[in-house]
Design a protein around this ligand. Structure first.
Ligand code: FAD
Length: 317
């Protein structure tokens, strides 16, 4: 793709970039062009230019909740991620760029003696990705402490919204449908005991190390399906992994896509794995849960691009 349209922008622009390097699954073909933005200013400039040029694009953060097609993505990909956290404190509120890593924010909060984001310690990906998917753990999610968000629409319109407009539910928000981009977010936190917060962080990180795959040895995108909503107020949400495990899901595989030995709801990449293998394996898991328990599992991980056997109208779905 001719990338001259972005020549004068102060951002990294490259054509024909393999996306496997930019997802935690380490899978997927190339995109036509990859534009990397770190700051809100860079992002807004890039979106405005893409709108002017009538270019279709998809936005990614840490790529920790995605499976990119083996054929790649036939459009521009904008990556919004910064290694250097962009965070500002006002009273007990923290305002952070959508490009900042969620774990960097969680750590900064406790360094500042602020409580409220502790369950997000160790969750991969960016603040933007976390807001879109209402990321969380241990029954709490980012939407619980969010105060406001600055969004830019795919057409380049900027606005500030409050949480009710984002229609948060478990691992979901309206942003998955609208495609609006999280430029920055403000979280309302409360003072806490710094030493206890650090102790809690260590405990949570240890727990995650025990239960979750190490991305260096077991590339993946985290839990594939959402947990099951309770059928009454008295019940808690039930782990999709428990049902899959009971049904013998850990023995499933397709090509190089296998189930993580410690967690039946996580697909990991082994030798020779393709994105299509992951797609096929997730169908087998859904079928197993349906047969064994009559459950219709809902996918949490998103697919990007074309997969054999799917009539997807959207690029990201
Ligand atoms: C080992 C492992 C453990 C995990 N554990 C958890 C967990 O405990 N809890 C949990 O909730 N999740 C977990 N996840 C899933 C993942 O980390 C979260 O979904 C994360 O919030 C995704 O953020 P991201 O930046 O990587 O988003 P990406 O994967 O890059 O994108 C995901 C979606 O968000 C959109 N998006 C990304 N950034 C923005 C933005 N700035 N504005 C608008 N849209 C955007 C993308 O378009 C896409 O639709 C885990 C994943 C892994 C690999």
């Amino acid at each position: 793709m001719n990338i001259q349209f972005a020549n004068d922008l102060q951002v990294d622009v490259r054509d024909n970039v393999p996306l496997a390097e930019y997802t935690t699954f380490r899978l997927g073909g190339a995109c036509r062009c990859l534009i990397s933005c770190r700051t809100p200013e860079e992002l807004e400039q890039v979106i405005a230019r893409l709108v002017d040029e009538h270019l279709t694009f998809v936005l990614i953060g840490g790529g920790s909740n995605l499976v990119v097609s083996d054929y790649g993505v036939d459009c521009v990909v904008v990556r919004y991620l910064t290694e250097k956290p962009i965070i500002e404190r006002t009273s007990d509120d923290l305002t952070v760029s959508g490009s900042t890593l969620l774990d960097d924010l969680a750590r900064y909060a406790i360094e500042q003696g602020l409580e409220g984001l502790h369950t997000t310690h160790g969750i991969p990906g960016t603040v933007g990705g976390a807001v879109v998917g209402n990321a969380g753990a241990f029954g709490k999610q980012v939407g619980d402490v969010l105060k406001s968000v600055i969004l830019v629409s795919p057409k380049g319109f900027k606005r500030k919204v409050s949480p009710p407009e984002l229609e948060f539910t478990y691992r979901n928000s309206i942003l998955k449908k609208t495609g609006d981009i999280v430029v920055s977010a403000t979280f309302a936190l409360r003072p806490g005991n710094r030493d206890e917060l650090f102790k809690q962080r260590e405990e949570i990180l240890n727990l995650r190390r025990e239960k979750h795959p190490d991305l260096n040895t077991h590339p993946c995108a985290g839990s594939f399906f959402r947990n099951i909503e309770p059928t009454s107020k008295a019940e808690k949400r039930q782990a999709a992994g428990w049902f899959l495990d009971q049904a013998g899901g850990k023995n499933l595989r397709h090509g190089g896509a296998v189930i993580f030995e410690k967690h039946a709801n996580i697909i990991v990449k082994s030798a020779g794995c393709t994105s299509q293998d992951v797609y096929e394996l997730h169908l087998k898991m859904a079928e197993l849960a349906k047969k064994a328990f009559g459950l219709n599992l809902e996918r949490e991980v998103r697919f990007v691009g074309k997969f054999a056997g799917v009539e997807a109208k959207e690029i990201i779905w």
